[in-house]
Design a protein. Structure first.
Length: 635
């Protein structure tokens, strides 16, 4: 009896060990391959799984030496809701094809700093989008004659204004329906009234339901000149977010002799020119009379109590610019995650009477009901198991006009229309429901959009680069994979011609930088800390407006991120170079082929790719190719 009981005990303990190893083993279960449709329907993973995986230690010791810990998976708020089942058809879900493969990348413990924020906000935007889609379905009611009444209206107009309001209106808000894009402008006509001796113009960010206060993308604070005062009038520019609070103030005039930065080639402050002259005088041993400086600043200050002014604030490539009464006054470089597409309102407070305001050059969505060439612009069906070239275009939600310009220009090449080359746009969520809804309708109409499971912050752009590789290997297999931007014109015929005879393996082709160093200036858009990249130089990388990799490189990158063996890095084009160097270090041969015809700063004759081309120039370049049969720039 005792022997039998001991044997039973051993069996029970063995069973417990087996169960424990099965559920808490050191290796997470392998994922089952499935379509995006199945992924959303079955919701194959949940937050409890992520919690379990996050508890698994991937570190180990050999002879008492601790190995480098491998990144593990963690909880990310909102991810489960973002990946929950949606009441959509299988065809509708094609716009989310990369999501299953991206999920574990979003859960990485070493993820990009803004990943949690981008995913959480995307989950709210996703819920609001689903509600809008359901409302649209309910708004289409057939009448007795069988017609359909569609109550939709254009939610993203070209301009908005206060002209229809009384001059003495107490309203001090200008609603910006779908954010700003490059060259969008806001013009205000007002009169400083001396109250509080200051007034403020603010660009407020879009706010989701759970957010109590909007970010301030630009705070423009004017301190008027005071009589019998030795204080100089000044304009202060700043920004505010819940996470950071107020940023570093930028003052104009700066209050001291200094070298001001330039934004889009413009001085950050008009007084830079004056102070540069005074600095030269000081260097020439000429004394600088402070009273002269004070008098000059007051005389040239653009705002005066009781005097009308016209202020135009416009969005450039690198930052905001303020023009007062026709003179460029100041510039403000965009700050991280405070980009123009986020602008939701213009608010004016303090001692100023606003007579009128208008915002124009705003992003405009297409009215799909009146477009007659939708079928011609739709993505053609994919007839081959593997295409020769997949071109993936990085875009943002409210860049409607840019995408339409590409569809009507180089996406009309015969190689694209025949299906030998496939083109897709990668776009993250916007914080405005209106933009997401119009983007959704655009995706359904043209079939060439892939939505990303995060809000479209610039700091998360490297996640799109991983999605490019997923798309070109798992979803739309291609021999070569090209990444470009929505302000680039690509000569597809020249790309295909140039690829003839190029390596089918280990290829990086574009405008390659073989010697470059990380920017250590914290004010730089491309700032990289020593913690992010401790080395003094980067491995070779191709400039982001346009580069091509071979399929094997993309497969290595997908596998490396799934296994968490590759480093996540915030500069997407440099990141690609870092990952390719790892591919090379693993024993593979890499062919770096640089081509100066990939122009990353504009256009030049005989180009393969021309960057920084607005929609008008894109259409002009296409027209020149069709009529003149030559690659001439449009200036």
């Amino acid at each position: 009896m005792k022997k039998w009981s001991g044997g039973t005990l051993i069996i029970i303990l063995s069973f417990i060990l087996v169960v424990r190893y099965t559920f808490f083993g050191s290796q997470p279960p392998k994922q089952i391959k499935q379509t995006a449709y199945d992924f959303f329907r079955n919701n194959h993973a949940n937050d409890s799984q992520a919690r379990e995986i996050s508890l698994i230690s991937t570190s180990s010791r050999i002879n008492g030496t601790k190995l480098k810990e491998k990144p593990h998976l963690i909880d990310v708020e909102g991810l489960s809701e973002l990946y929950s089942s949606a009441n959509m058809s299988k065809e509708d879900m094609r716009s989310f094809a990369t999501w299953p493969q991206l999920r574990d990348v979003l859960l990485r413990s070493d993820g990009l700093p803004e990943t949690r924020k981008g995913v959480k906000e995307a989950s709210v935007a996703w819920r609001e989008l689903l509600s809008s889609i359901e409302r649209e379905k309910g708004s289409k009611i057939a009448d007795d004659g069988g017609n359909v009444n569609n109550t939709n209206e254009i939610k993203c107009p070209f301009s908005v204004s206060t002209f229809d309001e009384p001059v003495n209106s107490s309203r001090r808000l200008l609603e910006i329906p779908c954010g700003l894009i490059e060259d969008s402008s806001v013009t205000l006509i007002g009169i400083p009234n001396g109250k509080n001796r200051s007034f403020q113009i603010e660009l407020e960010g879009a706010r989701l339901q759970y957010e109590q206060k909007s970010s301030i993308i630009l705070h423009y604070n004017v301190y008027l000149p005071e009589e019998n005062s030795t204080k100089n009038p000044v304009i202060v520019q700043n920004s505010w977010t819940k996470e950071v609070g107020w940023g570093k103030e930028e003052r104009c005039p700066g209050g001291r002799f200094t070298n001001y930065i330039q934004v889009d080639g413009l001085a950050s402050c008009y007084e830079q020119l004056v102070r540069s002259t005074l600095e030269e005088n000081r260097n020439a041993s000429h004394p600088v009379n402070k009273s002269v400086v004070h008098t000059h600043v007051r005389a040239n200050f653009p705002f005066t109590e009781g005097s009308p002014f016209t202020a135009t604030l416009w969005a450039g490539l690198e930052g905001f610019h303020m023009t007062i009464n026709g003179r460029h006054e100041s510039s403000f470089k965009y700050r991280e995650n405070l980009e123009p597409w986020l602008v939701n309102k213009v608010r004016v407070t303090g001692g100023v009477s606003i007579l009128s305001g208008i915002a124009k050059g705003l992003p405009v969505s297409e009215d799909l009901d009146i477009i007659i060439d939708v079928d011609q612009l739709k993505a053609p069906p994919i007839l081959k198991r593997r295409v020769l070239l997949l071109v993936v275009v990085f875009s943002t939600g409210n860049n409607f006009e840019r995408r339409m310009a590409l569809r009507r220009s180089w996406m009309q090449y015969e190689a694209v229309r025949s299906g030998n080359v496939t083109v897709r746009f990668l776009i993250g969520f916007h914080k405005k429901t209106e933009v997401n809804f119009d983007l959704w309708k655009e995706a359904q109409a043209y079939g060439d959009i892939q939505l990303m499971p995060f809000v479209d912050y610039y700091s998360l752009i490297s996640l799109k680069t991983i999605a490019v590789c997923i798309l070109g290997t798992k979803i739309l297999p291609a021999k070569y994979i090209m990444k470009t931007d929505d302000d680039a014109f690509v000569r597809i015929d020249e790309v295909l011609s140039s690829l003839k005879g190029k390596a089918a393996n280990g290829l990086l082709y574009g405008l390659i930088s073989f010697q470059s160093s990380p920017h250590r200036d914290t004010d730089s858009k491309w700032f990289v800390s020593e913690e992010e990249w401790p080395k003094d130089s980067f491995p070779p990388w191709a400039h982001g407006p346009g580069y091509i990799v071979s399929r094997d490189v993309a497969k290595f990158i997908v596998r490396g991120h799934q296994e968490r063996d590759l480093k996540l890095f915030k500069l997407e084009d440099v990141a690609m170079g870092i990952w390719i160097e790892k591919y090379k270090n693993n024993g593979h041969e890499v062919k770096y082929i640089s081509d100066d015809r990939f122009y990353n700063t504009g256009c030049d004759q005989d180009y393969i790719l021309a960057h920084y081309q607005n929609p008008r120039k894109v259409l002009c370049l296409w027209e020149k190719l069709q009529k003149e049969h030559r690659a001439a720039c449009c200036e």
